[in-house]
Design a protein around this ligand. Structure first.
Ligand SMILES: NC(=O)c1ccc[n+]([C@@H]2O[C@H](COP(=O)([O-])OP(=O)(O)OC[C@H]3O[C@@H](n4cnc5c(N)ncnc54)[C@H](OP(=O)(O)O)[C@@H]3O)[C@@H](O)[C@H]2O)c1
Length: 360
């Protein structure tokens, strides 16, 4: 049985709370330290979160009396307490980059939900079912940082977490050429609830800062290949997106159009989705969904309210696959943005890294 001591940096935030909940009864990972800004440092988690706890399940009892550390000042203390950390903080990008590097250089591996280090070609951005092989670049990163075990691994943006998995098993087989994706993103992705974001009720906001750039660029890193210890981004497919904020609490939906070198048959695609498995399933990682890609035949699915929690919020739901007049095919897909799209995806990535010995 694997057994690791884990810290959560940004434990007071929306994603941090999700980490706390997911790790409460985790078979391999045990939370031994919580950290946030100096505003929270020195206070007990339970007291600090009174009136701020946003999860549907109560704050984990075993964490209530844990005293928050200062994420920047207490790195040496963290080193005594944890084997690795999850990190999700709201800070300027350059400060996040420096913070995550400081942890890695202190020999504490960092599994990050932040975007600050996603662009580096020796920092793997892993969806365990799709590109587990990118783990190999950690050796080059350790050389750059001068570390023995410390490294940074990152989670991709939540917007692409539904359509990239759906397109992945079709990409090489049929030569994916062109993708158009419109995303309908939940308010929890902005760290908000209906109480804290009343302007979204009866409304759609057609702008999410930086989201379209990430949604178009990050898939090319995930689909990139490893060359001399570095990730070389894929050059295709051509991807264009529009990302909208909609009045949904959790669950990002995407309406997707795609064209291929060799047009696949509709029934062939459904069979490929049904049979698709990756290392997360093969290694039976604790948070892996048994069936990653679920296809719904019902014409009005998937829906966030009905389908976001499928397989603990770790599966991708797909529906409405049909031929298109301008592209080869179109379909709709959905993934839970704070589970598979954020904390759950990071926990699954950490499980993969642990299974491969990178946390030892
Ligand atoms: N797909 C994904 O991976 C995904 C999805 C959603 C969000 N995110 C990213 O995750 C991060 C957190 O998002 P969120 O929605 O959880 O934000 P949030 O609810 O605003 O929480 C922010 C957290 O950052 C901490 N923080 C702020 N300034 C800090 C500092 N100077 N030093 C240490 N900690 C500091 C806060 O601590 P205090 O309470 O002490 O201020 C809090 O714990 C963001 O970078 C966001 O972009 C990623």
């Amino acid at each position: 049985m694997k057994n690791y001591r884990v810290g959560i940096i940004g434990a007071t935030g929306m994603v941090g709370q999700r980490f706390a909940t997911l790790l409460e009864n985790h078979p391999w990972f045990h939370v031994t330290a919580l950290a946030a800004s100096e505003r929270s440092a020195g206070k007990k988690y339970g007291e600090l979160m009174a009136g701020r706890w946003l999860m549907k399940t109560p704050l984990p009892a075993a964490m209530a009396d844990m005293v928050l550390l200062d994420a920047s000042k207490d790195i040496e203390k963290m080193k005594e307490l944890v084997d690795f950390v999850f990190c999700a903080v709201n800070m300027p990008k350059n400060e996040i980059k420096a913070l995550e590097e400081a942890y890695a250089k202190a020999e504490i591996p960092v599994v990050s939900n932040n975007s600050a280090n996603r662009g580096a070609d020796d920092v793997p951005m892993i969806v365990p079912e799709l590109n587990a092989g990118h783990i190999a670049v950690i050796e080059a990163q350790r050389k750059r940082l001068g570390t023995r075990r410390g490294f940074i691994a990152v989670k991709s943006n939540c917007s692409l977490q539904s359509y990239v998995p759906a397109l992945h098993p079709l990409k090489d087989r049929f030569g994916l050429k062109k993708v158009l994706a419109c995303t309908y993103q939940a308010i929890s992705g902005a760290g908000k609830t209906f109480e804290t974001f009343p302007d979204i009720v009866d409304n759609v906001i057609p702008y999410i800062g930086g989201e379209e750039e990430k949604s178009e660029l990050e898939p090319l890193k995930i689909w990139g290949h490893v060359e001399n210890g570095h990730i070389v981004n894929a050059e295709s497919p051509a991807i264009t997106t529009q990302c909208l904020r909609v009045p949904v609490s959790d669950g990002h939906t995407a309406a997707v159009f795609a064209s291929f070198e060799k047009k696949p048959e509709i029934e062939e695609i459904k069979k490929i989705w049904a049979e698709f498995k990756g290392p997360a399933q093969e290694l039976a990682l604790p948070s892996a969904p048994k069936q990653f890609l679920h296809y719904f035949e019902e014409a009005d699915r998937p829906q966030p309210k009905l389908d976001r929690d499928l397989e603990g919020g770790m599966a991708v739901s797909i529906g409405r696959l049909r031929p298109d007049s301008q592209y080869d095919i179109k379909f709709v897909c959905l993934s839970h943005n704070t589970l598979r799209g954020a904390a759950g995806g990071a926990v699954l990535m950490a499980e993969l890294l642990a299974a491969k010995g990178y946390m030892d």
